[in-house]
Design a binder for this molecule. Structure first.
Ligand code: ZN
Length: 312
């Protein structure tokens, strides 16, 4: 936390130097240089994935495990025994400077059994992307985002906190979040936002229970789910409208055996914007069992079977 505190008060040149030193020290201290080696830094000191692993229709064929691929931004492809889901896919058309190569073009996605969208912010609800997926699949989200999808003519369904639904043999439950940031900035929206306009997803596959947290401030109930998730799609953005870095570390340590698949970092060139400028290196010194932190490259496959990692 001291490092974060300092970072708010030093120049970007110093941040770059400090982060380089920090990454080096942490890599040495925790013997996980392979993970850290995949992180590179922009001239302004922002962490980014070192490369993208492109994939094609082969990633959508039947498997005998549950395989994750980070899509960059907040997006994931989950293929569980041939049932394919995307969470918050953004594969083109973002309105800020994207600094990764996307691992697949939206138009090349061959099939999907469902798309889960956590909320209406355009880094999660990407109309340019979803318009190219709509021929294959239906979309699942909150009642509010469902109403936006209906305006677009999409096939969609909307749910309330606590609701569950099935996608083939995968059970998905809506998890509460606190992310109605629009209300704090008059003029941002022409409506009053409610917390239930956004969601997280609790996804049960044959192989693991996955918590896609969505974007949220930390809520007390986030720390007490039982049974614990096996895998958390982990947002550690140090933003007051997200968990904050301190809150993310608290959440991770509340579930000390959960694998942490990082996202929401390294994708948008925005070194001074906390929702997008997370640095995986700062996690390794604060999270218990830091070897469970998985710094995936966009498109890199990560597979789990019966709660055990089978490849990485
Ligand atoms: Zn976001």
């Amino acid at each position: 936390m001291l490092l974060v505190h300092l970072n708010n008060r030093v120049s970007s040149m110093t941040i770059a130097t400090l982060r380089f030193i920090t990454a080096s020290v942490i890599a040495f201290a925790f013997s996980s240089p392979a993970a850290i080696a995949n992180v590179s830094y922009t001239e302004a000191g922002q962490a980014r994935p070192a490369h993208t692993v492109t994939f094609d229709k082969g990633a959508f064929t039947s498997t005998n495990d549950t395989t994750f691929r980070w899509l960059g931004m907040a997006g994931f492809l989950i293929n569980s025994h041939g049932t394919t889901l995307m969470v918050d896919p953004l594969l083109e058309g973002f309105d800020m400077d994207v600094m990764i190569d996307y691992p697949i073009q939206a138009s090349k996605v061959p099939t999907l059994d469902g798309v889960l969208v956590t909320h209406s912010d355009n880094d999660h609800f990407s109309l340019p992307t979803l318009q190219k997926l709509t021929a294959h699949t239906g979309f699942h989200s909150t009642q509010y985002v469902h109403s936006l999808m209906q305006q677009q003519g999409f096939t969609s369904a909307g749910y309330a906190p606590g609701d569950s639904f099935m996608i083939n043999d995968i059970e998905v439950t809506m998890i509460p979040v606190d992310h109605a940031w629009q209300n704090a900035y008059p003029g941002t929206a022409d409506r009053e936002f409610k917390n239930e306009d956004s969601t997280g997803f609790w996804i049960k596959t044959q192989d693991a229970t996955i918590w896609a947290t969505g974007d949220s401030r930390l809520m007390p109930e986030h720390l007490t789910y039982s049974p614990a998730p096996d895998i958390i799609l982990f947002d550690f953005s140090d933003s007051e409208w997200h968990f904050t870095l301190e809150g993310a570390i608290k959440l991770a340590n509340a579930y000390p055996n959960a694998l942490l698949l990082l996202h929401h970092w390294g994708s948008v060139n925005a070194p001074e914007f906390p929702p997008f400028n997370g640095d995986p290196a700062v996690l390794f010194s604060s999270i218990t069992q830091p070897e469970r932190i998985k710094v995936l490259m966009p498109g890199e496959a990560f597979s789990v079977k019966n709660k055990q990692v089978v490849s990485h």
